[in-house]
Design a protein around this ligand. Structure first.
Ligand code: DAH
Length: 382
């Protein structure tokens, strides 16, 4: 087609578009812009290729029954060697005048294809996510196995429950403790072996010899100090919690274990109150018929101090009449001075015992390490 014909076409087109703007052109049976944008035989070919190619792409996209065949259809048309991409590459060969219209048309078609691809992908992705087999609603429900509390947690809760019955409340303190609360305030002298780095886990301080030295608490007794420093008597607390010692693990030792501390401070508190309380709690925990006895002992924060043994059907099962179970005593006057209580007015007792030991006796467990291995065959038994 020559430039003259092209010019004539444009003129015709302009006239028709004026006259038949709404109705379209009856003579050419197409809207006038088709003529306007069809200036040469090459571009006729190019433009004419778009629609059929688009149509066959649309057919193939909508015929894809799964994501893999959809991807194949995409590669066939829109991949770097795809048919549609191939057509787009031909744009470069068109003349300067032809390019804008051809580019516009092919871009419109490309947008349409990409939209159809995305829509089909959404549908197929949903289909892929649905279960393949139909649900059988008549099947019996799946049972979820119930979890259980760890035996140490169960024992701790029982101990707390017993003490709550006689008016004790639970107190708490930090596991990373300073030497003052763990030892000094408890009247434990600097040369006491419990303060030795061989016995205790000290934390490294970036500044050498910085005060106070921090350590993992070796007992829950440190919480006595924290509570008494915060409140005036009467005090009636128990403190279940984790403690640390530099022990090698064996059947009866572990570097981490648990204790319960007890503290009772009021006017006229006596060893008789201590004995009565311990008797009540151990009977509650270990069954009626449980007996206790006190043996003289030494702790730096109590005076007098005792060790508590108990006897029950459980100890007899383990081949022993008496088993040592706790340490206790009357709070040392120096400890009261350290927290600002007047030892002339207040008296009190304290005790501490290991939770693992109680659990081992109660359930007949012969190795403390079983508590920490989290073997469900062990845990299921409680
Ligand atoms: N703190 C001691 C320990 O870890 C146990 C203990 C003994 C606690 C006597 C007390 C006490 O409160 O009075 O072995």
């Amino acid at each position: 087609m020559t430039n003259a014909v092209l010019a004539a076409n444009i003129r015709i087109s302009a006239e028709f578009s004026k006259r038949d703007a709404q109705a379209g052109c009856p003579f050419f049976r197409c809207p006038p812009y088709r003529i306007l944008y069809a200036p040469s035989s090459l571009s006729m070919t190019f433009l004419d290729q778009i629609e059929p190619l688009k149509q066959s792409a649309l057919v193939e996209l909508s015929a894809a029954l799964d994501l893999a065949s959809l991807e194949q259809a995409r590669v066939n048309y829109l991949g770097s060697n795809g048919k549609f991409t191939g057509l787009m590459k031909q744009l470069g060969a068109l003349s300067k005048e032809e390019k804008p219209a051809a580019g516009k048309a092919i871009n419109i078609a490309k947008v349409e294809l990409e939209k159809a691809l995305a829509e089909r992908r959404t549908v197929l992705e949903l289909k892929a996510s649905l279960p393949k087999d139909p649900t059988d609603f008549t099947l019996p429900g799946r049972r979820r196995p119930l979890g259980k509390l760890h035996p140490l947690t169960q024992v701790t809760e029982d101990i707390v429950r017993s003490f709550r019955k006689i008016g004790f409340v639970v107190a708490d303190g930090p596991e990373v403790e300073d030497e003052y609360h763990c030892f000094d305030a408890l009247n434990t002298p600097a040369d006491h072996p419990a303060r030795d780095t061989q016995d205790t886990f000290y934390l490294q301080n970036p500044q050498a010899n910085a005060q106070p030295s921090m350590l993992l608490r070796t007992h829950t007794s440190s919480v006595q100090i924290r509570v008494m420093k915060k409140q005036q008597p009467p005090v009636r607390i128990i403190v279940p919690g984790r403690v640390y010692r530099r022990d090698n693990a064996d059947a009866t030792h572990n570097p981490t274990f648990h204790q319960v501390e007890g503290l009772y401070v009021d006017r006229n508190v006596t060893v008789g109150d201590l004995k009565g309380t311990v008797q009540f709690v151990f009977e509650d925990l270990m069954g009626s018929g449980t007996r206790i006895r006190f043996r003289p002992h030494y702790f730096s924060y109590t005076e007098p101090s005792f060790e508590i043994d108990f006897s029950s059907t459980l100890t007899r099962k383990m081949g022993k009449e008496w088993l040592e179970i706790a340490g206790c005593g009357m709070v040392h006057p120096q400890v009261f001075e350290n927290v600002g209580y007047d030892p002339e007015i207040w008296t009190g007792w304290a005790f501490g015992f290991g939770i693992e030991r109680i659990a081992m006796i109660r359930y007949g467990i012969n190795d403390i390490r079983l508590f920490y291995e989290n073997d469900v065959r062990f845990l299921r038994q409680f």
